[in-house]
Every structure is written in C-alpha cells, then in structure tokens.
Design a protein around this ligand. Sequence first.
Ligand SMILES: [Fe+2]
Length: 160
Amino acid sequence: MYKTKIDLPEKLRRNVITVLNDRLADAIDFQSQVKQAHWNVKGPNFIALHELFDKISEAALEHIDDIAERITSLGGTAEGTVAVAAKRSKLKNYPLSITAGKDHLLYLSTQIASLGKAVRQAIDDTGKLGDADTADLFTGISRELDKYLWFLEAHLQDKA
Ligand SMILES: [Fe+2]
C-alpha cells in the first residue's frame, strides 16, 4: 500500500481494493470475450452484431480503466495483466467454436449477466465497508452492464 493523505483508513482501503481487483479481473476477461465475439460472429446480422460487440468492448475498457484507477487512488496496486485476470476471473471461459450470431448473443448475455451480478454484490460490499465512492463507481458500471444486457437480449426477445 502506498502512503496517501486520503481520509479513509488503511484497513478499509485494503478490503475495498481486494473487491476492486477481483472485479478488475472479471472486467478484463469479459472485455476480451466481447472482442472474441466481435471478431468471430457470422451470419445475416453480422454487421449489426459486429458493431454492437465493439461498442460493448469500448464500454468495458472504460470500466476497466475506472476500476484500476480507483485502486491506485486508494493507494493500492492495480493487478490488471491478462495473466492475472485469467487466473482470477470468475467468468466461464468463452467457447472458441461458436459462430452464429444467436450463439454469441446467448453466450455474451450469460456472461454480462454474471458480471452484472458480481458488480451488484460489489456495490453492497464496498458500501458496507464504508467506501461510498467505490460503491458509486460500481453502481454506474452496473447500470451500464444492465443496459448492454438489454441490448443483447433484445435480439433474442422477439417473442415474450
Ligand atoms: Fe474491430
């Protein structure tokens, strides 16, 4: 931990940083999975899905940056390499064999919902730990993940 004049106790910051690094790993894993879908999707809706997946990847990159910089703002070390993310991420592996737009939509919507659940838990956990700012950061991310879950699922919901 680095010395900082921030008015949050070190123990609190350590606990919050653990939550942040865990979700950082998930976010890095997720962003790489969305790119995997962006590159490999095929079928009649190719261009719409290719572009949507890139848009979600851009949002995920911002989430990654915001989470990592919150860690350093709290005096911690952002553990943001792909190798660490691969070990620590709680997300399922993305299948390399899927091709059809619908399959990517099904898989990505499962992944984003699972990340969304973990982030919602992080809102509660960091709030209870006493860091309203980190809880607020996770709240913003959670709201965006819910929106993109809708964007993905809307392709699958043509029947109620
Ligand atoms: Fe691209």
